[in-house]
Design a protein around this ligand. Structure first.
Ligand code: 13P
Ligand code: SF4
Length: 308
């Protein structure tokens, strides 16, 4: 029996659901019950009736699923699947920052720890960030964390003056603007699409800016065109399945990057073998202390309500 067959059989026996992010390796995406962006994955986690949630993504995503499902078992194939954005916002320092700026509404990007969510008024993802910020009265000052690039993009789009935390995603900051311009000169008929975690100079070149799910939707709606895709290269698998006849090129990374395009090392620590092992052993389990979980649930639910 192949690993894929073993996973599929075990999943049915255990009434488990496999939720995978678009940045997971191809084989994991192909065995998953649902592949999506951070918002879609939280929505699926909120509505699942499975007993066991296998989260093929990174730690903050599995933690969000656990916060939404405290009585269910949530496992992550590799507990070392972290996130540079989540790590860039230590809860103690963030709490101090909030205290230094009283009367601000705290909006955090879902890419942060449960402790940081517990300090938050409302969570957002890249799919709904503009809508979430727009839901806050104009005169209310906002703290936005942890992604400064997404924060700058929201400021530009909404005209809101937000206080930004200085965090970033190593994967989206690995794109080389010089190489991107060079590539675009070679392929002038290709449109550039980009994730808002990318730096401003990359976003300026883009015809469309949006979440991973948003980018796939855009490409489907414009499948007669050709695209250079500025986000983690794992997205090309599902994207290409959706538009088999559309030409897609991953955006190039800087010279010192580990690969020519940009891959998230955290996402890629999950493997099919680890996925099988965690399903079999129901470990490593994700746990969130009750006091943190209860506080973190409120801003996540506010986001889900506003995203219906
Ligand atoms: P989305 O899939 O929600 O766009 O997020 C991208 C990302 O970097 C996830 O870690
Ligand atoms: Fe975090 Fe960036 Fe990896 Fe997403 S791509 S998990 S934001 S490091």
């Amino acid at each position: 029996m192949t690993l894929k067959e073993k996973i599929t059989r075990l999943k049915t026996e255990k009434n488990a659901v496999i939720l995978a992010h678009y940045y997971q390796e191809t084989a994991i995406q192909d065995v998953a019950d649902y592949v999506g962006d951070s918002l879609g994955l939280s929505q699926k986690a909120a509505e699942t009736d499975a007993d066991l949630i296998v989260f093929a993504g990174v730690h903050f995503m599995a933690e969000t699923a656990k916060i939404l499902n405290p009585t269910k078992t949530v496992v992550l194939p590799d507990v070392n699947a972290g996130c540079s954005l989540a790590e860039s916002c230590p809860p103690k320092e963030f709490e101090k920052f909030i205290k230094e700026h009283p009367n601000h509404k705290v909006v955090t990007y879902v890419n942060c720890s449960a402790e940081v969510k517990a300090l938050t008024d409302i969570v957002c993802t890249s799919s709904n960030a503009l809508k979430i910020v727009a839901s806050i009265p104009k005169e209310t000052p906002i703290i936005f964390a942890p992604d400064r690039n997404l924060g700058k993009y929201i400021i530009k789009q909404t005209g809101r003056d937000m206080l930004l935390w200085d965090g970033s995603c190593v994967v989206h900051e690995a794109f080389s603007i010089d190489k991107l311009i060079e590539l675009h000169k070679k392929y002038p008929d290709y449109k550039i699409i980009a994730h808002p975690e990318s730096e401003e100079h990359i976003l300026k070149t883009a015809t469309y800016i949006g979440s991973t799910a948003g980018m796939i939707k855009y490409v489907k709606e414009h499948s007669d065109q050709k695209f250079i895709v500025a986000t983690e290269a794992g997205i090309l698998h599902k994207m290409q399945q959706e538009v088999p006849n559309t030409e897609l090129i991953p955006a190039p990374a800087k010279e010192d990057n580990t690969c020519a395009c940009s891959e998230c090392a955290y996402m890629k620590v999950n493997t099919m073998q680890k996925l099988y092992d965690c399903l079999l052993n129901e470990s490593p389990k994700i746990e969130v202390p009750k006091n943190i979980r209860e506080k973190a649930l409120v801003p996540i639910q506010r986001m889900l309500e506003l995203s219906k």
